[in-house]
Write a protein that binds this ligand. Structure first.
Ligand code: ASP
Length: 430
């Protein structure tokens, strides 16, 4: 059986087991799942450990082999414009749905106060974390690393990408006999990292099962009732953006059949869903783009790490709905000017969101603050914290899908996309 079919079975089994443990209040099953959870975390660690060597090696080899620095500029511009426009589109969709269904206006004050009280401690913790967030100018400056080794050690992908791209570009202007050994070395690192990913992915079906079952078995079903409309709007918005808007982009920007595209990227979506982390999913995205979508290494190795760091369509949509929801609960009417402010600040907040679990609920503070909700930050966040993990799983799927759509678009626009047929794919697996 193909790996992705096994991962899919793991996911379905995880959902069913989680729901059984939760609804059936089967305590031993809940305890077992909790005890097994470290296995899932071990899987996340194992794929995350390959991210730095893989990103550095594949990006370096990719940039060095571009052959033309102008091409790098063109790819960079297309990528960034695509990221910005698709993020704005996601936010507008989130705002449209929130205006249409007004999820916050149906929450009474008793529910509001009990939610606030239940999650006040956790919300305060998130606020503490956000206190350490840098200012906008620091964010811009941080793109330039002082020490690339420190960036790698701290998992700061953006400065690491800057350095690696520069290094690759520098290699490309060196005489061949000087650059060839360096490129050959990193090529080897790249290939070896891919082999490790191949090994680790054999554990994916079990890890996906454990991670999903554990989250669902713990989930407060009573919470879902009061936050049902809000959660449904986020979920429906993410679904429409992922499969309709991004599907259209796939069709018209990369000329690929959306059906085939989504079939090919399913393993990436499943790993994103179970890990809630764009960063942890990055090795699988890279492998999928190159082997299953047929994009070129130089483009995938540039677009995907950048996307995992700054392109967060799902997070942006979620933040737009969440902010409207909180505003509506407090009886605030956000007019056109305020909603334009949401478009702007949620775009920045999504760019600043790290590709790790729950990062989006911290950067949402930027959006809330811009709307003058500064004094209700903790209370506002505590309203939505209870369902955050499940929504995080869903928005991460949208985030990584957006990165892959951009990768297909840029590859196609550079004439470097050759989608393998099913026969070629199965030959590759042998
Ligand atoms: N978990 C998301 C990601 O890694 C970020 C978020 O919290 O929205 O893409």
């Amino acid at each position: 059986m193909q790996l992705y079919a096994k991962i899919l079975i793991g996911m379905v089994a995880g959902v069913v087991t989680g729901i059984a443990a939760n609804f059936g209040k089967i305590v031993w099953l809940q305890d077992t799942l909790r005890a097994l959870e470290p296995l899932g975390d071990g899987f996340i660690r194992a794929i995350t450990m390959v991210v730095i060597p893989l990103v550095v090696a594949s990006l370096l080899v990719g940039t060095a082999s571009l052959g033309d620095i102008r091409k790098l500029g063109r790819i960079g511009l297309r990528t960034v414009v695509y990221f910005l426009l698709s993020t704005v589109l996601a936010i507008v969709l989130g705002l449209l749905l929130s205006n249409l269904f007004k999820p916050g206006s149906r929450i009474d004050s008793a529910t509001r106060d009990s939610l606030s009280a239940q999650f006040a401690g956790e919300a305060a913790g998130k606020l503490d974390l956000s206190g350490k967030q840098p200012s906008y100018s620091e964010v811009l400056l941080n793109v330039i690393p002082r020490n690339p080794v420190a960036s790698a050690a701290n998992f700061d992908l953006l400065p690491l990408i800057t350095f690696t791209v520069l290094f690759g570009a520098a290699l490309s202007v060196l005489p061949k006999q000087r650059s060839a050994p360096v490129i050959a070395f990193f090529d080897g690192v790249n290939e070896a990292s891919m082999v490790i990913i191949g090994w680790v992915m054999h554990l994916a079906p079990y890890a996906v099962f454990v991670l999903i079952a554990a989250v669902i078995s713990r989930f407060g079903m009573d919470l879902l009732q009061s936050l049902l409309l809000y959660s449904a709007i986020v979920a429906v918005g993410l679904f429409i953006h992922t499969y309709f808007c991004l599907g259209l982009f796939v069709r018209f920007l990369s000329g690929m059949s959306p059906w085939l595209f989504f079939k090919r990227i399913l393993p990436v979506q499943l790993v994103a869903f179970s890990t809630s982390s764009s960063n942890a999913t990055l090795p699988v995205s890279l492998e999928t783009a190159e082997t299953r979508l047929g994009t070129s290494n130089s483009i995938a190795s540039f677009v995907l790490p950048l996307g995992a760091t700054i392109n967060m369509n799902g997070t942006a949509l979620y933040q737009a709905v969440a902010v409207m929801f909180i505003g509506q609960i407090y009886g605030l009417e956000f007019g056109l000017a305020d909603q334009l402010k949401i478009v702007l600040t949620a775009t920045l907040a999504a760019i600043g969101t790290a590709g790790v679990p729950s990062a989006g609920i911290i950067t949402i503070i930027i959006v809330l603050q811009s709307l003058g909700l500064g004094s209700q930050l903790a209370a506002g966040i505590s309203l939505i914290l209870g369902v955050d993990r499940i929504l995080d799983m869903m928005r991460t799927v949208t985030n990584v899908t957006g990165d892959l759509v951009c990768c297909a678009y840029v590859s196609k626009s550079e004439g470097e996309m050759a989608v393998p047929t099913e026969a070629e794919l199965s030959r590759l697996k042998q």
